[in-house]
Design a protein around this ligand. Structure first.
Ligand SMILES: *[C@@H]1O[C@H](CO)[C@@H](O)[C@H](O)[C@H]1NC(C)=O
Ligand SMILES: *[C@@H]1O[C@H](CO)[C@@H](O)[C@H](O)[C@H]1NC(C)=O
Ligand SMILES: *[C@@H]1O[C@H](CO)[C@@H](O)[C@H](O)[C@H]1NC(C)=O
Ligand SMILES: *[C@@H]1O[C@H](CO)[C@@H](O)[C@H](O)[C@H]1NC(C)=O
Ligand SMILES: *[C@@H]1O[C@H](CO)[C@@H](O)[C@H](O)[C@H]1NC(C)=O
Ligand SMILES: [Ca+2]
Ligand SMILES: [Ca+2]
Ligand SMILES: [Ca+2]
Length: 940
């Protein structure tokens, strides 16, 4: 919002005082707060409804709602990290509209852009629904955040509130419905008023005739214009408010021109946001809606396999089948049940398809159907498979890649690294029969993976904080212990480091009171070390009698040590000249996450999350949150160079909602990890927990700056342009450009660009989605730029949704066929039943879903044998449950609710649609039912 809501947000987030707005903390509501309140509100409603439907207890979380409180009430206490990440990503997208589209009036309902603003909202709703349908929740959140901004601005920037309206304009989120009479361009709407005292500046005839108008806005000191007689947005930055009629009408904050209506407008924006979310929920269903919100009954983690299916992989595939069924059988219905399963097979020359499912049976079935065949020469398309998995995996996923061969598509290395950095995913490689493993049953040397090829996998593992495990095929079952542990939702990284070449070094890590099952993973050949506990006890790697290591497993180049839990600072003295990696993990509810952000140079300040590497030269910022404890605070953040030598401490600027902005003067010159120290109240005692966590991912900064700000919706069959800019603060020369997308869509792009410091280069990637691409498909596009000589590179990773033009705007319609009820006495002895016909009209997309929302009876739905376009619904219930309600959804997400009742008396046999389904047919059926009631009551 180009307005004060966003400004308030920025102020509260970061630049206190920098913009000169005077905002009383907490007295005005920002886009951020409006969005969060509505998301909490509807999420709680959904969880309550689900609990009721599933017959479980529901306890309302305490007010004001918190992440932990709502997640717990929803039966998903271990999802607090994914819940807040989902909320924040919706909010960041909302806020970004003010940064990226500050001057695009349609996104703010300024300049009377009602038609254009509504179009953005309607298209966005369709994209959110289509994305949810294909379980592409990242894309859904992205589109949702972007359209909540104009929706909320409508209530601040238009005169809806001044017209005396007490509830949201529901037609803003309904295709084809009129949002009211919009003022003609020539119609005067305001009279002048004096800046701070603009109470009655909207003309009386506008109010009396209920005509919609909104304020004009411009930042341009010299050329600001507006049509004659029109209202302005108002405020010091808006230059149109100095033109007759002066003053403004916005309600962005309490000190705005119409600030006296701020609270009313903000509350209406919360209600309108809730209403839009209810519509999305109706189309998605309750469970999928919660998945979009990052709330899961089991673990919030995905189980993600990328598997070589060439002929040499027969044994490995058999092992994977066994491991998968063990994991699934052990975890189904438990706290560790993965929330999502992803499978990508790869071969040569082919790879894919991607299987992405929440159903363990579907996943198991896909794994069981894998057959080892083909592949030709030894190298295979492993990185193509990995790229596809990384594009589909949620943030912070752990991915396992199984292969016995080199990558044939090494050119994708930098793309894979870009995706690893952006998604902060951990990639583990299970490499069987490599030359570095002393195997009794070697394959012919020509089939073995060369050292340089193994190194590529080690590099990728290291970049992601994963392991490259090199073993014989017969050892693979032992190595899968790693997979079994990875699905634990509360897995945290305490330390992670890699040294190549190896060197003697002393590492320290903290085991705090909240950590259980501390475990060390080591990869490398002939690694010797000594562990020293907080009490000074020590145990060496060859010492089998010590008490610090409870169990130790060693397979191939991989060792796993389960440590005794002793809280305090541990030391691990590595003595090795061979390359090695060390990772210490544990289970703890306390974790963190962050995004790299930049302070916006736009007129409204604030910050924007980066889709690129942060800038090497200038200072940078990370916006960080702790999860899993309401009392946890960050005390120190350091960026640690991966060689261990460079350590850069951040300056902490606390924000609202226990977030913290970490400012760094300069990023380390090479790879770095992010280390966080903090404190929290103990869960079990009065003591304070001092904790330390670390990002598994290795990050990098770059002297190249890339920017792209494309639209987010791709229409199949229409070329889609992604213009981007590239600047360098380093050397000049020809920069190599690469572009890949996760769907293999045809694309064109410049393969090189000549750049000089300070001069911005422009390029365009054009993507073409084939005509048959289903709506809701998501596409990840990576554009990369590499400096001459390959010394520096950057990328931008963007996500788009595919949406076919929607022509079906009507919800399906229910028509009662029969109702049998005799519920007047002793309800437990009696039943009632109703049957209805659900159709979506001749030119509708068809009925997709019928869900029972209320009622304890039995529902059956079948397709009419004579006409597939008709869904028949039969419902029968005890008279003790006399009301029922079904929700019916068509294939593009239009939702209607129909309710029937077995009650006797005045309300009996009422079937009613929500406002959404007020179709003529429906009204007719209500009239018929109404007549029927009247007849029964004897009034004719
Ligand atoms: C909360 O959401 C419900 C719909 O789920 C809506 O009716 C209600 O108005 C919302 N509450 C607020 C305060 O907006
Ligand atoms: C590790 O610590 C021990 C004991 O303090 C010391 O002797 C050794 O030199 C240290 N090693 C390194 C590489 O700093
Ligand atoms: C960025 O440029 C500076 C100065 O030219 C150089 O020292 C630094 O290594 C470069 N950083 C990267 C990541 O290339
Ligand atoms: C950059 O590429 C262009 C066209 O390929 C070529 O003419 C030019 O000499 C190159 N410049 C440098 C500095 O390599
Ligand atoms: C790239 O575009 C920007 C803004 O659109 C412009 O200022 C710049 O001159 C362009 N650069 C080139 C090399 O065309
Ligand atoms: Ca092979
Ligand atoms: Ca091959
Ligand atoms: Ca329809």
């Amino acid at each position: 919002m180009k307005s004060v809501w966003p400004s308030a947000l920025f102020l509260s987030l970061l630049c206190t005082g920098a913009l000169g707005f005077d905002i009383l903390p907490g007295s005005s509501l920002t886009h951020q707060e409006i969005t969060q309140q509505a998301l909490f509100n509807v999420t709680v409603q959904v969880c309550r409804a689900l609990a009721k439907a599933e017959g479980t207890d529901f306890t309302f979380p305490a007010q004001p709602f918190t992440i932990q409180g709502v997640a717990t009430a929803c039966g998903a206490p271990r999802s607090s990290k994914t819940f807040i990440q989902s909320i924040l990503h919706i909010i960041y997208r909302n806020v970004r509209v003010d940064i990226r589209y500050a001057l695009n009036a349609s996104f703010h309902f300024d300049d009377e852009m009602f038609v254009q603003g509504k179009k953005i909202i309607i298209e966005g709703i369709q994209a959110v629904k289509a994305s949810n349908k294909l379980e592409n929740y990242e894309a859904a959140r992205q589109n949702l955040g972007e359209i909540l901004h104009p929706l909320q601005d409508f209530y601040s920037h238009s005169n809806w509130v001044e017209l005396g309206e007490k509830s949201p304009n529901s037609n803003l989120i309904k295709s084809g419905a009129s949002i009211g009479n919009i003022a003609a361009k020539s119609r005067a709407t305001c009279r002048s008023c004096d800046g701070n005292n603009c109470r009655n500046n909207i003309l009386e005839d506008i109010i009396a005739e209920k005509i919609l108008t909104s304020g004009y806005f411009s930042l341009n000191f010299i050329f600001a214009t507006k049509p004659k007689g029109k209202c302005s947005h108002g405020g010091t930055v808006d230059q149109t408010s100095k033109i007759e009629p002066t003053g403004g009408i916005n309600k962005d904050k309490e000190s705005s021109s119409h600030g006296y209506l701020h609270t009313q407008a903000a509350n209406m924006a919360i209600a309108a946001t809730s209403e839009l979310l209810e519509d999305i929920r109706g189309a998605a269903g309750d469970r999928p809606f919660l998945q979009m919100m990052g709330l899961f009954k089991g673990s919030s983690k995905a189980l993600c396999f990328v598997i070589d299916t060439t002929s040499s992989m027969k044994d490995d595939i058999a092992t994977v089948k066994t491991v998968t069924s063990t994991i699934i059988n052990r975890n189904v219905g438990t706290a560790n049940e993965p929330s999502l399963y992803i499978l990508v097979p790869f071969n040569d020359p082919g790879f894919g398809p991607l299987t992405k499912t929440t159903d363990s049976a579907v996943f198991q079935n896909a794994i069981d159907s894998l057959v080892a065949t083909g592949g030709g020469d030894p190298p295979e398309m492993s990185l193509s498979g990995l790229q596809l998995a990384l594009s589909a995996a949620p943030l912070n996923s752990e991915i396992f890649l199984f292969t016995d061969a080199a990558a044939k598509d090494k050119n994708l290395k930098s793309t894979v690294i870009a995706l690893i950095e952006r998604t902060q995913s951990v990639v583990n490689f299970m490499i069987t029969d490599t030359s570095s493993v002393n195997s009794r049953k070697r394959r012919a040397p020509s089939n073995r993976i060369a050292e340089a090829d193994a190194q590529l996998y080690r590099d990728l593992a290291q970049a992601s904080g994963g392991q490259a495990i090199e073993i014989t095929k017969s050892e693979l079952p032992q190595a899968t212990v790693l997979i079994k542990e990875s699905s634990n939702a509360s897995l945290v990284t305490l330390l992670q480091a890699a040294r190549n070449p190896g060197k003697a070094e002393n590492f320290t890590f903290m085991i705090d009171d909240s950590v259980t099952n501390p475990t060390v993973y080591i990869t490398g050949k002939s690694i010797t070390f000594t562990l020293i506990s907080p009490t000074g006890e020590s145990q060496g790697s060859s010492d089998t009698t010590g008490s610090l290591i409870i169990t130790s497993q060693s397979v191939g180049n991989f060792q796993s040590l389960q440590l005794k839990k002793q809280t305090g600072k541990w030391e691990m003295r590595m003595v090795s000249s061979n390359p090695y990696t060390v990772k210490v993990i544990g289970q703890s509810p306390i974790d963190f996450f962050f995004d790299f952000v930049v302070v916006s140079q736009g007129p409204f300040g604030g910050f924007d999350t980066l889709e690129t590497r942060p800038s090497a030269g200038g200072n940078g910022s990370l916006l960080m949150s702790l999860t899993g404890s309401d009392t946890a605070t960050v005390t120190e953040v350091t960026l640690v160079g991966s060689s261990g030598s460079e350590v850069i401490k951040g300056v902490l600027v606390p924000q609202n909602n226990s977030r913290v902005l970490v400012q760094v003067g300069k990023f380390p010159s090479g790879d770095f990890v992010v280390q966080v120290k903090g404190q929290a109240d103990s869960f079990t005692s009065k003591a304070l927990i001092l904790f330390q966590r670390q990002s598994p991912t290795n990050f990098r900064s770059s002297n190249l700056t890339m920017n792209a700000n494309p639209e987010t919706i791709i229409v199949p069959g229409t070329p889609f342009s992604v213009p981007f800019t590239l600047t360098t603060s380093g050397t000049s020369g020809n920069f190599t450009i690469r572009s890949t997308n996760s769907r293999g869509f045809d694309s064109t792009f410049p393969t090189s660009m000549f750049l000089e410091p300070g001069i911005t280069g422009n390029g365009t990637v054009t993507l073409s989605a084939p005509l048959n691409t289903p709506s809701g498909t998501d596409v990840t596009l990576a554009i990369e730029a590499e400096a001459p000589g390959g010394t520096d590179s950057n990328y931008i990773v963007l996500r788009f949704s595919v949406l076919n033009t929607v022509t079906d705007f009507k919800a399906p319609v229910c028509e009662q066929l029969s109702l049998q009820t005799n519920c007047s006495v002793n309800c437990s002895m009696r039943m009632w039943e109703v049957s209805a016909r659900v159709t979506d009209g001749a030119d509708g997309t068809g009925v997709d879903l019928v869900t029972l929302k209320q009622g304890n009876g039995t529902i059956n739905t079948t397709l009419d044998s004579g006409n597939e376009n008709i869904t028949l619904v039969y419902y029968s219930a005890s008279c003790c449950s006399p009301d029922m309600e079904i929700e019916v959804v068509d294939r593009v997400g239009n939702v209607a609710t129909c309710s029937y009742s077995g009650r006797q008396g005045s309300t009996s046999a009422v079937s009613e649609a929500t406002k959404l389904t007020w179709s003529p047919l429906f009204c007719l059926s209500i009239v018929i039912v109404g007549l029927h009631i009247l007849t029964k009551m004897g009034i004719q």
